[in-house]
Design a protein. Structure first.
Length: 335
């Protein structure tokens, strides 16, 4: 019992250390300052005001901490705050390699010779891509996770956010951002910078949660660390506003995440297009996603069963792995 109390107390202390909201910001996609409030609490019940742009449908935290405060938070506190650990435990590494193997298989079609994984975490995807012969590297703002990628997985990983990274211009055939863009204070600027790193004809793959999905409980949609929330339409428009060319938009099986593939082509930042009616559609989706409808549907129970199955499979695997070196040998055998 005391162990539980200590854990709760530690997390409470971390939450008190989260940077406080200090500034109101306009819409990052279209620049408008007209919005409606769609949320007042985060998934843990803490105060967090989330708004939806009435001009284009982008959803974001407003007010929010300064970009400098958030960069410092991601550098030192985020992993411990949300995951409960500063360095990845064996279970996280195993889970990370399973997800990375699926992503690697999907990325092979690009035939990239050089690749950068932005928000690489512990570096599992970088590790597997290098096993494929790709000159892959990572970018990770979290100090401990970036250090783990370099020292434990022995992969190149730069400790920096996008706006402070040192990446040579037009050096990458492929850049990936898996569940990273939603954390960025200025996603339009970040994608504009990332575009300069990609060779002409190269690709950017971005995956983020889909705010219009119904897989999360309504009171679990808004996270302190997620500064922006996207639909497929607003994510596609953001990339094109940054000067990228949209190749495709697709969703995961439960539509919980959206993936946009962009290509580096000629062009500069431009005004977003194709957003007519997106604000009304997204607002309707959010307002119709009520607790009653959610818990009377099969979605939360199917997700719970899926998580239980994953946990059981992980437990079976972990019983076979005696430690980190065993995990690496297992990862090397992944198809």
């Amino acid at each position: 019992m005391s162990r539980t109390v200590r854990s709760a107390s530690a997390r409470s202390t971390l939450r008190r250390d989260r940077p406080a909201p200090r500034e109101e910001t306009p819409c990052n996609l279209c620049g408008a300052s007209t919005y409606v409030v769609v949320g007042t609490r985060d998934r843990d019940g803490g105060p967090l005001r989330t708004v939806l742009c009435t001009a284009c449908g982008l959803v974001w935290t407003n007010p929010r901490p300064t970009a400098a405060d958030m960069n410092a938070y991601y550098e030192t506190s985020y992993r411990d705050d949300y995951k409960g650990h500063r360095v990845p435990p064996l279970r996280k590494i195993v889970r990370g390699f399973i997800g990375a193997a699926d992503r690697r298989n999907a990325l092979r079609r690009f035939g990239a010779r050089t690749m950068l994984d932005v928000g690489c975490g512990a570096g599992e995807l970088v590790y597997l891509m290098r096993r494929d012969g790709v000159d892959a590297s990572g970018l990770e703002p979290g100090v401990e996770f970036a250090d783990f990628a370099r020292t434990a997985l022995r992969v190149p990983a730069q400790t920096a956010a996008v706006d402070a990274a040192r990446i040579p211009a037009e050096s990458q055939d492929l850049v990936t951002m898996f569940h990273a863009l939603e954390h960025v204070p200025d996603p339009l600027s970040a994608l504009t910078i990332v575009r300069t790193w990609i060779r002409s004809g190269g690709h950017l793959v971005v995956e983020v949660p889909n705010i219009a999905a119904r897989v999360q409980a309504p009171n679990h949609q808004y996270h302190y660390a997620h500064l922006h929330h996207f639909t497929g339409t607003t994510l596609a428009a953001l990339g094109e506003a940054a000067g990228l060319q949209l190749v495709e938009t697709r969703y995961t099986g439960d539509r919980g995440n959206v993936i946009c593939v962009f290509q580096r082509a000629g062009g500069e930042r431009r005004q977003p297009a194709g957003l007519q009616g997106e604000a009304a559609r997204t607002l309707a989706a959010l307002r119709s996603h009520t607790p009653a409808r959610h818990y009377l549907s099969a979605v939360p129970y199917m997700r719970a069963i899926s998580r239980l199955r994953r946990r059981i499979a992980e437990n079976r695997l972990l019983r076979r792995l005696r430690g980190f070196e065993d995990a690496l040998r297992w990862a090397d055998s992944l198809p």
